[in-house]
Design a protein. Sequence first.
Length: 460
Amino acid sequence: MGDFAKVGRLTSSQLAELVESNEIETVIVAMVDMQGRLQGKRCDARYFIDEVLSTSLEGCSYLLGVDVEMNTVDGYAITSWENGYGDFVMGIDPTSIRLVPWHPKTAICHADVLYGNERMVEQAPRTILKRQLERLAEHGYSAFVGTELEFIVFKDSYEEAWNGGYRNMTPVNLYNVDYSLLGTGRIEPLLYRIRSEMSGAGMSVESVKGECNFGQHELAFKYTEALEKADEHALFKLGAKEIAAQEGYSLTFMAKYNEREGNSCHIHMSLRDQAGRSVFHDPTSRGPIPGGSKVFEHFLAGQLATLSELSLLFAPNINSYKRYVKGSFAPTAIAWGIDNRTCAFRVVGHGSALRLENRIPGGDVNPYLAIAAMVAGGIYGIENELELPARTSGNAYIAEAERVPSNLKDAARLFANSAIARDAFGQEVVEHYLNMAEIEIAAFEAAVTDWERFRSFERL
């Protein structure tokens, strides 16, 4: 593929050249669902170039109205049995085309979800993020984002894990390998494939390191524009699972796999002005953030002020809230600090690299919704010129600060009652994701768990 293979990103004309020379034979058209998963179709490449690229593709509207198991569920205004589960349109974003090195002769492009090739579906995660970035642009700013994703790797295949009920699985490391070169070396062939093939898809991989839980590792990517980062994030999760499966492994991004450390997704964010200059950096500043601008102070204050009400978008699942354990490096206090990993928000970097790290999301997060929530919170802080409260210099786990919501039910209640959420996202979006939360809560409350059986079968 010549120079194209070096960068991983393709224009539509470059893709057409590769299709004409038979170097690309399959094009994946992908939309993102409520859970942050990529869904879509694999198209014959020539059909894609001739028929799809300049128009669109269709997909059933139930893709924005099902649970994790792909069960149709009630309560969604945009799709139901009553309206016949008709099609949405997947509108091609030609700027998002990438190579997919872990599949032969394959490329992918992301799609927006529309009604009949015209009006955007506001409840679609990619639309939600676009709307917040449009609001941010009205202030003259653009958001740049980097993500750090943790995952646990097992020697069992996905099929073996399923058939065994996800019990007695063997992690690839049997002890804490945080920063251990020996530990990462144990599975370097797999980690190398993931790194190199993500680079081949046009992502800027920074590093991989071991983490605390057994078999846990983290891959960090260089920052890029917010929508592009969300697209990369979703593709990385899909690709990492597919590469692991090809190698006979399995890996999970679930927020809390067991009682040890959970999987985080730290989100780094900064703003730039229309000239590409850092908005967060002010070398003349004498404020609470060394070298930080007033805009940064307001933006961070907005994160703190809106976190509880928007936590549903950072922690969307029942399991998400089990990460928030004292002394686990997952935050419990809604506090900020400078290079302080006990806080929900950590200020890091210097000069033009000064930025905010959000430590709330887990590996299960939908990146489009989480980034949108950060932007919305920041805009709220900027528009209301919120003052930044005092930073936490010590252990935030024991600090006198508001706590992160401890369960999905509380998060849904806060989201439902949030004027901030309704003003930022609109009534339709709020109701849609409240319904998603209520369905998950009902499903969990109806389930009988192993914990209950072990405690109750004989002894009660």
